[in-house]
Every structure is written in structure tokens, then in C-alpha cells.
Design a protein around this ligand. Structure first.
Ligand code: AGP
Length: 601
């Protein structure tokens, strides 16, 4: 996610702004910039890449006492200098964290009013809107208040205006923004780590509240522009704990971001109508076959995609590990769509598979998190997930967002192939709208999963079994567990156990059975009874209530439409793996031998 810092005071602003940006680096970024007031001019410096590139072009001793800074995690438009913040339009210069959902219609309105744009960002549109409203209202506060009522989506904004070089304006909706007053001066920041060097006391700006910062005071207003008093908060923790948002590990923080990530990802492609899916995915409907190529967890999202697209759209889907696919004979043709899935967009094997398909003239689509990454740039088409920066090596929120994209693709392709009708759509969309709260509720039951983790964390061998889409979920659940807890874990098709692997089942062997697909659930129950009969300790993960207790422990997942069910089912598995690894004292965010992005073959 982007990082915002602003300073106004009696000391030089640039050293404090750069320090603040460095303290926000953990949020992930691909460019950085500052705007500062010098001799009554607003000077902007911004650079692609790391903060050091910016620092090398700045004179930190510059006689400037007011400024705003930004680290950009690209959401709209490539990671480059033009798209880096701050953005300036007319009299306004702003930094922004969030996603403006109605930026395209605002852009059309502003272009009709003679505005033109240099960047691809939604932020520049927001800046132009404030300038446009200021030209009408002739009052900065009123212009910001009107902009608040016009912008849709999420934003935290730091704003300076050339008609008022004595103040910084700050406003937010959904994205975080804190305001701080210290003996060194006054600050705005996305998060506490940026100001801990100067103070641990801060104000939390609420949605639609506006703050005006001057050198020696802070003024707060509500959305009706009434002056309000704010309660001061004190941060008691360390920089490290602040960077994790108070969570003990980035992995846990990222698991807890999944409801927002789901919403941000879905809302970017879906406005509640099938037309919005059509607009975004129409190009993929002409293909008769799909190859999904990826590595690790991204490969596991492909297994989910296969199950959903084959079931709901009747399109044959082949899912392969990129390191195999890139060397083997391929049977694709012009009617095949090759989908590359990658969180980082830099995985060497996946990139090599992409290049092979392109050399053979096959259409390629990338489903990627990092904007402007190599795979995103090299593929013919790209669908970005909106997971924000994922720091923990073990992916959670990016996996969930990629699965959500496959759900959307299956819905659209099924509808296009007339296998999903309008009644089905109504039912699916009803469930889709409930998903953020269902995700949040599933996460909130963490203690249920933790109780089970207490029972199993000392095991050195844990099986996952399931059928169909539940087997695909077992694959991801097993990888999550083994990569952070180092427990030897394996996922098996439940029906396959009796062909050899069941010989490994002995007394107290832990078997986690995922059974949510109602068409297969009874078959899986038979397999559960087979391992139970041989002494296994069975943990059942299901969305169905059973009278008979044929298991030892139970994890109940809220039932939703099958096309969305995997999104909920994986969450207890993420938290179970997290707690097992925590009990074992493992380095959860940086497991041994692993890298976040495997850029070597
Ligand atoms: C998942 O938890 C692992 N970190 C790993 O399997 C990862 O999914 C794989 O390396 C693919 O990475 P990518 O999505 O960035 O291509």
C-alpha cells in the first residue's frame, strides 16, 4: 500500500519527510516523491524505484518548512516517474493512498472542463477535481468538502495549495491517515511508524473529517465543516510492531486484510452487473481451451480456476507447473488462452512459460498483483488483483484475490456460454455482496482453529485429503502448513489413498479432510471413515452439519455459493498453519530457504 507523510513546522521539512518515507517502506512501493514549499513555490521531486533514488536528487538542507511525501504502490498505471506522487493540477498538489473507483467518469467530466492529464493515475484525477471545485467555490475547505462528496472509493489525501502556502490539508475515507503534533512540528502520516521518531501521540482522522495543519496548530472539521475536537491516542509499541499494524507477524496482518482485498479486487472489475464483467472479460470468451500455468500457491489458484471454469463454463482447462510446462511439448493452438498466475509477476519459470507461449503465437493473460511487473508487461492481457503489497513469504491475501478473479471469470464465462442464467446470477451476486463480511466473520473465528493447532503442532507428518475442488484447497492448505511450520505435510486426492498412501496411516496420524463440495461429500466421508478405521485423528473442514460424529475435530466454514466457497474455506487453513508455526517458534514471515519472489530457475 502507498505511504503518506507530511510535515509543517519550524525545522527543515525534507529530512523529516524522507525519514518518514523510509519508515513506511515496509508497506511496499515502486516509486517515491516529495513536494515542498520553497520561496513561495511548490517544488516537486519524484523518482521511480527506491527512496535513495529520490534522496540523491534532493538537497535535504533546502530551506523549506512545509512538505508532503509519498511512496507509491502502483494500483493504476505503471510504476514510473510520471505516475509517481505527488501529483499537481492547477493550484493543488496532492499525495494519495487508496483507489478512486469513479475516476473514469470524473476524468471525462474534467476533460470536458478543459483539464488534461499527464499520468495514468486516479490520483491526478482527484487532484484536478479539487482544483476544479476550488475554481468554483474560491474556498479550499469547501472545495475539499465537495470533493469528499464526489469521490467514490478509498483515499487518504495530503493536500497543499499554491494559494495558501501556510497550511497542509488532510482528509480520508477508508484508507488510514493519522495527524500528529510534536515539539518538532506537525505531521500527517499513513501510519504510526513514520512519526515514532518524533512522537508517539497522534490523532486518528475519521472518514470525511478534514484537518488543517499549520506550524503551530491543528484544526479539525467534520463533513459539515463544523470545528470538532479530537481525542489524542498514544502508541505504546515499537517501530516493528507498528509496521505490522499491531499484529505479531505480517502474515497475520495480511490474512486480516483479506476482506478489504477481496472488496478492492472485486469492485475493480464488478459493479454488481454482468455488464461490468462483460466489459472486462469479453476478450476471453472466444477461447475453446485454457492452459493455466504458475508455481506454488499461484498454481493452486489455477487448480481452483480449473474446477470452477470447467464446471460452470464447460471449457476444458489444463493446469500445469510452470517449470514443467516450459520444457514439455505443448498442445495449445490459436483457440487456447494461456493464463499465467503470479503474485510477484517476476517468477522465472512462469515468465519462461509465458515467453514460450508468446513465441508460439498463443494469446496470453496474466493474473498478477504487482503492477508493471515483467509478467504483467510481457503478457498480451493482464488482470491485476488489488492485494496491495504482500510482505510475508507465505502468500495469503494474494492467493485469495487470485481465486476471487477465477470465480469472476467462471461466472462471466458460464454466463457467456449460457450455462449460468439470470436467476443463477441473482443468487451468485447476492452471495458475492456478502463475501467481505463472511470473510471477516471467518477470520474472527481464529480461536476455533487455534485450538486445533494446539493439538497437532507437535506432529511431524500431517495429511490433507479431499476430492475435486476440495483437493485443490488441500494442496494450498498443505503448502501453507509445510512452508512456515516445516512439518512434512502432503495433500492427497481422497479417493486415491487406498492405492498406496493409506499404508502410512497409523494410530494418531493427523488427517485434515476438506469436504465442502456437496456432489462429492459422501464419497469423502467414506474415505474419512477408511482412515479413521486405521487410527487416524481426523479434522473435518466442512460447510455442512452432520448428525453423526465420524471425525475427531471439526472446523465449520460458512456455506456460500459453490463458485465462491473456496474463498472462505482456505481462511481457516491459513490461520491453522499460522498458529502451528507460531507454536513451533518458526520464522513465520521469512521461512528458511524461501524467497518471496523466485526469480531464478
Ligand atoms: C506461496 O506461499 C509461496 N511463497 C510460493 O509457492 C509462491 O506462491 C510461488 O513462488 C509463486 O510466486 P508468484 O505468485 O510470485 O509467482
Amino acid at each position: 500500500m502507498c505511504g503518506i507523510i507530511g510535515y509543517i513546522g519550524k525545522e527543515k521539512c525534507l529530512p523529516k519527510i524522507i525519514h518518514g518515507l523510509e519508515c513506511l517502506e515496509y508497506r511496499g512501493y515502486d516509486s517515491a516523491g516529495v513536494a515542498y514549499i520553497n520561496n513561495k513555490n511548490i517544488i516537486i521531486n519524484k523518482e521511480k524505484g527506491k527512496i535513495i533514488n529520490l534522496k540523491n536528487n534532493l538537497n535535504l538542507e533546502n530551506e523549506s518548512y512545509i512538505g508532503i511525501g509519498h511512496t507509491r504502490w502502483a494500483t493504476h498505471g505503471e510504476a514510473n516517474k510520471i505516475n509517481a506522487h505527488p501529483h499537481q493540477v492547477g493550484k493543488f498538489t496532492i499525495v494519495h493512498n487508496g483507489i478512486i473507483e469513479n475516476y473514469s467518469e470524473l476524468k471525462k467530466m474534467l476533460e470536458k472542463n478543459k483539464y488534461s492529464f499527464k499520468s495514468e493515475t486516479d490520483t491526478e484525477i482527484a487532484c484536478a477535481l479539487i482544483d476544479y471545485l476550488y475554481n468554483k467555490e474560491k474556498d479550499i475547505l469547501k472545495a475539499i468538502e465537495k470533493a469528499l462528496k464526489t469521490l467514490e472509493g478509498s483515499y487518504a489525501l495530503g493536500i497543499i495549495c499554491s494559494d495558501d502556502l501556510e497550511h497542509i490539508y488532510a482528509v480520508k475515507k477508508t484508507s488510514p491517515l493519522i495527524i500528529a503534533s510534536s515539539k518538532f512540528g506537525n505531521f500527517i502520516a499513513s501510519d504510526v511508524p513514520a512519526i515514532l521518531e518524533f512522537t508517539n501521540k497522534y490523532y486518528l482522522l475519521n472518514d470525511a473529517e478534514i484537518c488543517i495543519l499549520s506550524t503551530d496548530k491543528l484544526e479539525f472539521y467534520n463533513q459539515d465543516l463544523k470545528n470538532i475536537k479530537k481525542q489524542i491516542k498514544t502508541f505504546e509499541g515499537t517501530y516493528e510492531s507498528a509496521a505490522k499494524g499491531g499484529y505479531e507477524h505480517f502474515m497475520l496482518k495480511e490474512i486480516n486484510e483479506q476482506d478489504k482485498v477481496f472488496k478492492d479486487t472485486i469492485n475493480y472489475y464488478f459493479d454488481g452487473t454482468i455488464k461490468s464483467l462483460e466489459k472486462n472479460f469479453i476478450g476471453f470468451s472466444k477461447f475453446k481451451k485454457i492452459d493455466i500455468i504458475a508455481c506454488g500457491s499461484a498454481y493452486h489458484t489455477g487448480l481452483i480456476g480449473k474446477s470452477l471454469i470447467e464446471k460452470y463454463a464447460n471449457i476444458p482447462v489444463n493446469v500445469e507447473i510452470a517449470s514443467e510446462y516450459r520444457y514439455k511439448k505443448s498442445f495449445y493452438d490459436k483457440k487456447t488462452l494461456v493464463i499465467l498466475v503470479s503474485q510477484s509477476g517476476e517468477t522465472a519459470d512462469t515468465l519462461a512459460a509465458l515467453k514460450k507461449a508468446k513465441e508460439d503465437g498463443i494469446k496470453t493473460l496474466a493474473i498478477v498483483n504487482v503492477i508493471g511487473s515483467t509478467i504483467a508487461r510481457e503478457a498480451d492481457e493482464v488482470i491485476y488483483i488489488k492485494a496491495g503489497c504482500e510482505i510475508a513469504v507465505a502468500t495469503t491475501k494474494a492467493y485469495l484475490a487470485q481465486v476471487a478473479i477465477f470465480s469472476l471469470l467462471a461466472i462471466y464465462l458460464g454466463y457467456h456460454n449460457k450455462l449460468i442464467d439470470n436467476d443463477d446470477l441473482k443468487e451468485i451476486f447476492k452471495e458475492l455482496n456478502k463475501m467481505p463480511s463472511l470473510i471477516k466473520k471467518t477470520i474472527s473465528k481464529a480461536n476455533n482453529y487455534y485450538d486445533i493447532a494446539e493439538k497437532i503442532y507437535k506432529n511431524n507428518q500431517i495429511f490433507f485429503i479431499g476430492r475435486g475442488i476440495d483437493y485443490a484447497l488441500c494442496m494450498e492448505a498443505s503448502l501453507k502448513l509445510k512452508e512456515i511450520s516445516y512439518i512434512n505435510s502432503v495433500a492427497y486426492q481422497a479417493g486415491e489413498l487406498k492405492h498406496g498412501t493409506i499404508s502410512l496411516i497409523e494410530k494418531n496420524r493427523v488427517v485434515i479432510a476438506i469436504a465442502t463440495d456437496e456432489e462429492l461429500i459422501n464419497k469423502t466421508i467414506s474415505n474419512i471413515k477408511e482412515v479413521k478405521a486405521r487410527g487416524a485423528h481426523v479434522i473435518l473442514v466442512t460447510n455442512t452439519n452432520f448428525a453423526e460424529k465420524f471425525y475427531d475435530d471439526l472446523i465449520i466454514v460458512q456455506k456460500t455459493h459453490p463458485i465462491l466457497q473456496p474463498i472462505l474455506t482456505i481462511i481457516p487453513m491459513q490461520l491453522l498453519a499460522y498458529k502451528v508455526a507460531k507454536n513451533k517458534g518458526c520464522d513465520i514471515d521469512k521461512p528458511r530457504n524461501l524467497a518471496k519472489s523466485v526469480t531464478v530457475e
